[in-house]
Design a protein around this ligand. Sequence first.
Ligand SMILES: NC(=O)c1ccc[n+]([C@@H]2O[C@H](COP(=O)([O-])OP(=O)(O)OC[C@H]3O[C@@H](n4cnc5c(N)ncnc54)[C@H](O)[C@@H]3O)[C@@H](O)[C@H]2O)c1
Length: 259
Amino acid sequence: MPRLSGKICVVTGAARGIGRAIAEAFHAEGATVIATDKDVKAGQAMATTLGCRFERLEVSREADWQGFEAKVPTADVVVNNAGITGFEEGAVAHDPEHATLEDWRHVHRVNTDGTFLGCRYAIRAMKARGTGSIINVSSRSGLVGIPMAAAYAASKAAIRNHTKTVALYCAQQGWRIRANSIHPAATLTPMWEPMLGSGAEREERMRRLVADTPLRRFGEPGEVAALAVMLASDEATYMTGAELSLDGGLLAGSAAAPG
Ligand SMILES: NC(=O)c1ccc[n+]([C@@H]2O[C@H](COP(=O)([O-])OP(=O)(O)OC[C@H]3O[C@@H](n4cnc5c(N)ncnc54)[C@H](O)[C@@H]3O)[C@@H](O)[C@H]2O)c1
């Protein structure tokens, strides 16, 4: 029996990476998937391949969410996955001493404002039926400090905390609308490509990036998607306000390598 049959599932940032893997896993579990992304070409191509609906949605724009709400007024599951590091256009100073206010705000507009608007949409799209699952993709970086990615870390910490506020608010209203956050560590998606590069150095860079991870490898997008399926399904009806790590054991202890 598919675990998500009959559920309308909205996924932001679904054109590639973790969002795409979540859309694919939801589809495989019988959900009606509405994939969204700011990248229309890649999003439409992905949706055509999967056989699902696509809507353009830039998560930081309130007007986009209003337009989306008019087209998709009800949802059972909303995954607020779209996010940026701030390094998409190349090397930018994101340490707390040198980051510019505009670079800081750019990351927060997408990650923090985008998730706030996505949660607000989700509550409005779920409250008539009084049930649903909101899944916010935070990060390991939302649980620890990251010296060279201050805005990213702060925005992911805001997502973690806002998820708990949403969970408590919905419970307070007497709704069975759950909200939980997912905290992946390094997961191999196109987000990493500018940092990994190509050629002989690539393998060595990858090895160094996960040297402190007890499982000594990157996570796979499908591993994040498997957790999203569980949270979206009726198997997780008593889980709300929780934060779930997928980090190869990184936060289990100190960063010292085993042995
Ligand atoms: N890859 C990792 O190692 C990792 C680790 C922890 C958390 N995350 C989080 O997982 C989420 C997905 O990451 P990914 O690695 O798949 O990234 P990615 O860059 O591979 O894909 C992100 C997708 O989001 C879309 N997007 C970006 N900004 C958007 C916006 N403003 N509005 C709508 N769509 C937008 C992009 O077009 C792209 O399709 C992000 O929130 C990221 O912070 C990733």
